[in-house]
Design a protein around this ligand. Structure first.
Ligand SMILES: [Fe+2]
Length: 294
């Protein structure tokens, strides 16, 4: 039997939509993933952009170990979210010390379409999220395909954004979505705004993606308000129902996605009556490279 056949037998891939997302079954992540199986998972990750693993126990250490197979795991600047003694894990929970809902949504920034880590020079590659407790209604995670978002722009839109760069700023998006400034002066100094290309070349597939989202604040060389309006329009234009996957969580699922070619958002839930506890980590990718148009 060839190595390829062995790999085919080791897990099953079921597309979640015609264009985006696949479920991977037959892998127990807590037992660790061999390099050969990891390569096959990684191929599926590049092809489907979003991967779902069905409910299983994934302890924090196993989640971090799996993430490290993708690359260097980010330690998030907002240290208040660090989980289980693992600075790589970031827990989003609306429960108090007694396990009761606090009524507070822990990160309102996740409700707007965005891509993780676009606010730093080295942006997010994969984000891996594990659902410890999920609400009965709401708290879904939605994804949209940014290859398709770029492909479907009109020639006029493509011409408007060719060779343009946007400034991404975590302080801008946090303050905007929470209605108050959450970052300390030290955190702001540590993570100053950065310029990113709007048309990003995926470093592995070589395909062009629209690269914006909620952390994008303004456009270099364009009046601030004009750039703001253009970003808002493009973020809305990027979402096509047939290029979107809407994930309704079951507890103990693990979901991961490629931040270089999808945007995601969480949907609201009632944080006064429902519990939602998820832990996530993001692996660092690379500094984005823009498509050069002549
Ligand atoms: Fe996110």
């Amino acid at each position: 039997m060839s190595a390829t056949a062995d790999l085919r037998l080791s897990f099953a891939v079921r597309p979640l939509t015609p264009k985006l997302g696949a479920e991977i079954s037959g892998i127990e992540l807590a037992k660790g993933v061999t390099p050969q199986v990891f390569r096959a998972i990684y191929d599926a990750f590049l092809r489907y952009q979003v991967l779902l693993f069905p409910p299983q126990d994934v302890p924090p250490a196993a989640q971090v170990a799996f993430a490290r197979q993708f690359g260097e795991v980010q330690v998030h600047v907002m240290s208040m979210y660090h989980a289980d003694g693992f600075p790589e894990l970031y827990r989003l929970s609306n429960l108090d010390a007694n396990g009761k809902p606090t009524g507070e949504h822990p990160d309102k920034g996740t409700l707007a379409w965005h891509t993780d880590g676009s606010w730093q020079r080295i942006t997010g590659q994969v984000t891996i999220i594990y659902g410890e407790i999920v609400p009965e209604t709401g708290g879904e995670t939605h994804f949209c395909d940014m290859y398709g978002a770029y492909e479907r722009l009109s020639p006029e839109w493509k011409a408007r954004i060719a060779n343009r760069r946007a400034v991404h700023n975590l302080d801008f998006s946090r303050t905007r979505r929470h209605g108050r400034d959450l970052m300390t002066e030290e955190q702001k100094r540590e993570k100053p705004p950065v310029e990113q290309p709007i048309v990003r070349v995926h470093p592995e597939t070589g395909r062009d993606c629209l690269y914006l989202g909620d952390h994008a604040e303004y456009i270099v060389g364009m009046p601030y308000d004009e750039g703001r309006a253009l970003i808002e329009q493009l973020n809305a234009l990027a979402v096509h129902p047939d290029l979107t996957y809407q994930h309704r969580w079951r507890a103990h699922e693990l979901l991961l996605w490629d931040n270089r070619c999808v945007m995601h958002r969480a949907t609201p839930y009632d944080p006064t009556t429902q519990a939602r506890v998820v832990r996530r980590c993001t692996v660092l990718g690379e500094a984005p490279v823009g498509r050069v148009f002549r």
